[in-house]
Design a protein around this ligand. Structure first.
Ligand SMILES: [Zn+2]
Length: 213
């Protein structure tokens, strides 16, 4: 019943308040226990809006050989993860900027929370080419908008650009896709050391969106 839910929330908030007050007056081990769950006191992430003032780039911001093979690359990323588990169609490839060839591919999956397609493909290819130059000559093409972790990984890898299919907004609107962090890839890029990195969204999204439904 809604009433009982409200009552439970009130009791929980009250308990948190009492816990916080108690933490101020306790010392040693008791204080550590009272402060052990700070995450519970944060507002739910679903209350935070996406920031629309960080737009994606036009497709012609990508190098021409990549642009020419962009749909082929996206379909390869889709194929990497197919048949995709429901809501979990995360696949990614790297495309060489000189000739548009696909040089690496990976998918996300279960296990550690860092098992993301984009991070996997960047790390795997980077380990094979540790000088970093090969990575800088690629564009990351991925079925869905990278999370902040993978967006940062792309920036640190200094790739020449990113293109994705399904938007973060779509993922948020189609739970239970696990995409709880409401910071868009363009927003991460805008606040980082490579603010001009191209980020092209919506590539073949009519084919990638069903991977997350
Ligand atoms: Zn990610």
């Amino acid at each position: 019943m809604p009433h009982s839910v409200d009552r439970r929330q009130a009791l929980r908030q009250g308990a948190l308040f009492i816990g916080a007050v108690g933490a101020l007056s306790l010392s040693g081990e008791a204080r550590a226990d009272a402060q052990a769950s700070p995450i519970q006191q944060c507002p739910p992430p679903t209350k935070l809006p996406l920031q629309p003032e960080f737009p994606t780039s036009p497709p012609d911001a990508l190098p021409e050989p990549v642009r020419r093979n962009l749909e082929t690359a996206m379909r390869a990323a889709i194929k990497v993860v197919s048949p995709a588990p429901r809501f979990r169609g995360f696949g990614a490839v790297l495309v060489n900027v000189d000739d548009g060839r696909i040089v690496a591919e990976a998918k996300g999956g279960d296990g550690p929370g860092t098992n993301h397609a984009e991070l996997n493909v960047l790390r795997n290819f980077g380990l094979l080419h540790p000088d970093g130059e090969a990575l800088q000559k690629t564009v990351l093409v991925t079925t869905a908008e990278p999370c902040p972790m993978c967006a940062t990984c792309a920036i640190f890898s200094r790739v020449a650009g990113v293109a994705y299919g399904t938007s973060l907004e779509f993922l948020i609107g189609h739970p239970p896709t696990r995409m709880p962090i409401r910071i868009s890839m363009p927003q991460v890029v805008a606040t980082g050391p490579l603010p001009n990195m191209p980020v092209v969204g919506g590539v073949l999204h009519e084919e990638t969106d069903p991977l997350f439904m």
